[in-house]
Design a binder for this molecule. Structure first.
Ligand code: C2E
Ligand code: MG
Ligand code: MG
Ligand code: MG
Length: 289
């Protein structure tokens, strides 16, 4: 944004504006390079059944280890990828990587059947061939469609509804499940829940954070859980950090749990080890709070 001088005339030159533009262009060039030269990684965060404490799935989260700046968080580079169109290639990389990894875990422990969550940007969903891309990733990796969960936010479902509906129905027909990410943070009416084939509500971390164990504070989460029960949807609580939050969510009838209390996102081999451990132990030994 151009800064204005006191008299209202736009400044001709603002060094801070210049450096931020240059910085942005540099970051964009570096992101392009990371996307094309295999410079991105995928980490996985486990999700658990809230009542039995069993490892139920993982969420794939993209990571960009930058040689000079360290780990750049996705909240910084995903928007940049969306603005520049790099999101398609980035998203395809994460999707394929997660499907191949999911297939490896299914082979490692056929009885565990982890669900593999992959975040999908609205830009990706608007592409005509998105369902085809997903189908290709499943075919190439050998992961069965029932194991794949695509996570998207409410706002994504509000845009461009006709083609979004067609794409989601194609995915649904393949057996892929759909989760609404950050549920409760969107503005809109809930009518899209009838319109779109949704399977899972992921309760946003901001609501979990505010859980106090007192009835008044918890009624918001309670209504989301009840909505899930009415519509027969799974409810996953995001961002559980405290044992008290877990207890409150269990009491409210939420079905699945995710958060630092259980484990942070990490490389795939961390999850492989968790799988081996949980296969050899009674479920109660898994950290359930
Ligand atoms: P999200 O999909 O809602 O993912 C959950 C985020 O919450 C992750 O942040 C995760 O590390 C963090 N988290 C999990 N448990 C806790 C907790 O107990 N406390 C706190 N404070 N945070 C927790 P991350 O990995 O930084 O990702 C941020 C967002 O970036 C994601 O939010 C998602 O919207 C986006 N994102 C990440 N990977 C991808 C991707 O491959 N594609 C797309 N399109 N978006 C992605
Ligand atoms: Mg997500
Ligand atoms: Mg979320
Ligand atoms: Mg988010």
């Amino acid at each position: 944004q151009a800064k204005e001088r006191q008299d209202g005339e736009p400044a001709l030159y603002d060094p801070s504006m210049h450096s931020s533009l240059v910085e942005r262009l540099a970051l964009e060039a570096e992101l392009r390079k990371a996307v094309t030269d295999q410079g991105l990684q995928v980490h996985y965060q486990p999700t658990y059944g809230i009542h039995d404490g069993e490892l139920a799935g993982v969420e794939a989260l993209v990571r960009w280890p930058h040689p000079e700046r360290g780990m750049i968080p996705p909240d910084v580079f995903i928007p940049l990828a969306e603005q520049t169109g790099l999101i398609h290639e980035l998203g395809r990389f994460v999707l394929r990587e997660a499907c191949f990894q999911g297939r490896e875990w299914a082979t490692l422990s056929p009885s565990t059947a982890l669900s593999i969550g992959v975040n999908v940007s609205g830009k990706q969903l608007q592409r005509r061939d998105f369902a085809g891309e997903v189908s290709q990733a499943l075919a190439d990796s050998g992961l069965s469609a029932e194991h794949l969960v695509l996570e998207m936010t409410e706002s994504v479902l509000m845009n461009d509804t006709e083609s979004t509906l067609r794409t989601l129905e194609a995915l649904k027909a393949m057996g892929v499940r759909i989760a609404i990410d950050d549920f409760g943070t969107g503005y809109s009416s809930l009518s899209y829940l009838h319109r779109f084939p949704v399977d899972i509500l992921k309760i946003d971390r901001s609501f979990v954070e505010r859980l106090s164990g007192t009835d008044a504070e918890d009624s918001l989460v309670q209504s989301i859980v009840q909505l899930g029960q009415t519509l027969q949807l799974e409810t996953i609580a995001e961002g559980i950090e405290e044992p008290g939050q877990l207890l409150a969510l269990r009491r409210l009838g939420c079905t699945m749990a995710q958060g630092y209390h259980f484990g942070r996102p990490g490389p795939a081999d961390v999850v492989s080890r968790l799988m081996v451990e949980s296969a050899g132990q009674p479920a109660a030994a898994v950290p359930a709070g």
